[in-house]
Design a protein around this ligand. Structure first.
Ligand code: AMP
Length: 212
């Protein structure tokens, strides 16, 4: 099954993606993670992406679409995949339709008021990508899951978050209508409850869809 995870920055896409990917054995393809790996490795793509990411803007469509198109040729996607952070605008969605067949779009709706604090307080594991909120860490600086070092993403600061949320509203939110019209959207509501609560709801629906 080929799934897209849709939602504003901070809605919990990354956390849900890890859980969905583990439960259904689907490779988790995050364009944000791909860009961050390229930045870390100092590649040309990384150099280009960095200025956009640091400003809270979208990396140009041609670059992003080419990365995803290539990634979807790997052997591990034969039984399906989970796209996280792509598509992010209508152009990307239309491009994706040319080289992929999407079965379901898991859309996480969330109250915008929660997002600024969630994102600015977010700490991420350098090794496994697990996210935490600084208020729950009690001063700990390592990941509970794998012991990796936690860090704050450079784009998780108030100014950049504001821009990312504006980009989401203007460019990404219209995708909800795009996929609703296609009849493949599954709507969920993100809350302050633990991530397991939302995951249980998502898994119930996806289990049914997959006949499990
Ligand atoms: P994320 O980890 O999904 O929050 O993405 C971090 C940043 O990477 C975004 O704010 C964008 O600058 C860039 N990015 C990730 N996915 C895309 C995409 N599909 N199109 C353009 N830029 C993207």
């Amino acid at each position: 099954m080929n799934i897209i995870l849709l939602g504003a920055p901070g809605a919990g896409k990354g956390t849900q993606a890890t859980k969905i990917s583990e439960r259904y054995g689907l490779p988790h393809i995050s364009t944000g993670d791909i860009f961050r790996a390229n930045i870390k490795n100092g590649t040309e793509i990384g150099k280009l992406a960095k200025s956009y990411i640091d400003a809270g803007k979208l990396v140009p469509d041609e670059v992003t679409c080419a990365i995803v198109k290539d990634r979807l040729t790997w052997d591990d996607v034969a039984k399906g995949y989970l796209l996280d952070g792509f598509p992010r605008n209508l152009f990307q969605a239309e491009e994706l339709d040319k080289f992929a067949k999407i079965d379901a779009v898991v859309n996480i709706n969330i109250d915008f008021a929660l997002l600024m604090d969630r994102l600015c307080g977010r700490r991420v594991c350098k090794e496994c990508g697990e996210s935490y909120h600084v208020s729950t860490l009690g001063g700990k600086t390592t990941c509970e899951r794998c012991g990796g070092e936690l860090y704050q993403r450079k784009d998780d600061n108030p100014e950049t978050v504001k821009s990312r949320l504006e980009v989401y509203e203007a460019q990404t939110a219209p995708l909800i209508e795009y996929y609703t019209k296609k009849g493949i959207i599954l709507n969920f509501t993100g809350t302050e409850a633990p991530a397991e609560v939302l995951f249980a709801e998502i898994a119930k629906v996806l289990d049914e869809k997959m006949g499990l």
